[in-house]
Design a protein around this ligand. Structure first.
Ligand SMILES: Nc1ncnc2c1ncn2[C@@H]1O[C@H](COP(=O)(O)OP(=O)(O)OP(=O)(O)O)[C@@H](O)[C@H]1O
Length: 284
C-alpha cells in the first residue's frame, strides 16, 4: 500500500528542488493525498506539467516532498529509502534513462546484483522477469540492437527483477508504435492479473482505460478527480488528457481526442526545464 498524505513539492525557478524557504518557484505537486492499495491498477493522468512525474517520484524517494508524507507498506519513504526503492519499482519515461548494461540479461540483473543477492537468486529473478515481459531466452542480446518496445520491456523486466510490490511506469507508451504499445499493454494486463500493483502515468488514457481500476487526474499539481475510469473521463477530457473516442464529449471540437496530435509520436518525453533529462534508477 502506498499512502500519500498532504504532499507538496516545489522546484526553484532556476531548476533545482526547493530550498523550502517559501521563495518563488514552481509548485509541481500541491497538497496531494492519495492511497494506492495492493493489487490496484491506478492511472495517474493529467496534461504535460500537471505534476504526475513529480508525484510518482515521491513514492520511492527520488523526489522528497517539501511538505507531507509518503509511506509504503506503513514505512515512511524518508525514513527507509532502501525499503521504498525495493518495494516500488520505477520505469522511467525514456528507457534509455535507466538501461545500464550492454546486454538484456546484464541489465535486468543489475538491480538484484546491487541488493547483493546470490548468483542462483539473480539468475532466477532474471529468468522470471524476462518471461514476464515475453523476452525469455534473449538475455544475451545486446540492448542497442533492440526496438523501442523491446527496450521498454527490458526496462520493465529490470524493475520486476527487484520483485516490487508496486510497479510504476511513467508514460510507458511514448514513442512506441502500435504493435509495441499493444505488447506493453498485454504485459501490464498479465502482470496485474498475476497480482502486481501497477501505476501508469499518462496524458493519454486510450491504451490503459480498460485496465484501470481507478484514475487520479491532476491539474496544476492538484487532484481534480479520483474515480473509476468511466466516471473520471468527463473531467479528464477537459484537461488535455486524451480519452477514447467513445468516451469523448460529442459536442467538443476534438478536445477529448487531443486535437490533431498524431498517436504514437505524441508530445515526446517531457523535459523538466532544467535542461537535463530526468534521471535516477529503480535500483537503490
Ligand atoms: N527539475 C525541475 N526544475 C524546475 N521545474 C520542474 C522540474 N521538474 C518539473 N518541473 C516543473 O514542475 C511541474 C510539474 O512537472 P512534472 O514533470 O511533474 O509534470 P508531468 O505532469 O509529469 O509533465 P509531463 O507529462 O510533461 O512529464 C511543471 O511545471 C514542470 O515544469
Amino acid at each position: 500500500m502506498i499512502e500519500v498524505d498532504g504532499v507538496t513539492c516545489r522546484y526553484e525557478s532556476g531548476g533545482g528542488r526547493s530550498t523550502g524557504d517559501g521563495s518563488d518557484g514552481v509548485v509541481a505537486v500541491d497538497d496531494v493525498s492519495v492511497s494506492i492499495p495492493d493489487g490496484e491498477f491506478l492511472v495517474v493522468a493529467g496534461a504535460n506539467g500537471s505534476g504526475k512525474t513529480t508525484l510518482v517520484r515521491t513514492f520511492n524517494g527520488l523526489v522528497r516532498p517539501d511538505d507531507g508524507e509518503v509511506a509504503v507498506n506503513g514505512t515512511s519513504v524518508g525514513e527507509d529509502l532502501v525499503a521504498a526503492r525495493t518495494t516500488v519499482g520505477m520505469v522511467f519515461q525514456d528507457p534509455r534513462d535507466q538501461i545500464v548494461a550492454a546486454t538484456v540479461g546484464g541489465d535486468v540483473a543489475f538491480g538484484p546484483e546491487n541488493l547483493g543477492r546470490s548468483h542462483a537468486e539473480i539468475d532466477r529473478r532474471v529468468e522470471e522477469a524476462l518471461a514476464a515481459v515475453n523476452m525469455s531466452g534473449r538475455a544475451d542480446e545486446r540492448v542497442e540492437t533492440l526496438s523501442g518496445g523491446e527496450r521498454e520491456r527490458v526496462a520493465i523486466a529490470g524493475a520486476l527483477a527487484m520483485e516490487p510490490d508496486h510497479l510504476v511506469l511513467d508514460e510507458p507508451f511514448t514513442g512506441l508504435d502500435e504493435p509495441a504499445r499493444r505488447s506493453v499493454v498485454d504485459r501490464l494486463r498479465a502482470l496485474h492479473r498475476e497480482g502486481t500493483s501497477v501505476v501508469v502515468v499518462t496524458h493519454d488514457l486510450r491504451d490503459v482505460i480498460d485496465l484501470a481500476d481507478r484514475v487520479v487526474g491532476l491539474s496544476r499539481g492538484r487532484v481534480v478527480v479520483d474515480a473509476p475510469p468511466a466516471e473520471a473521463v468527463g473531467t479528464l477530457s477537459g484537461l488535455d488528457v486524451r480519452v477514447p473516442e467513445s468516451c469523448a464529449p460529442k459536442d467538443e471540437s476534438g478536445a477529448g481526442e487531443g486535437g490533431s496530435e498524431p498517436r504514437g509520436g505524441g508530445s515526446g518525453p517531457h523535459r523538466d526545464g532544467s535542461g537535463s533529462p530526468k534521471t535516477g534508477s529503480g535500483s537503490p
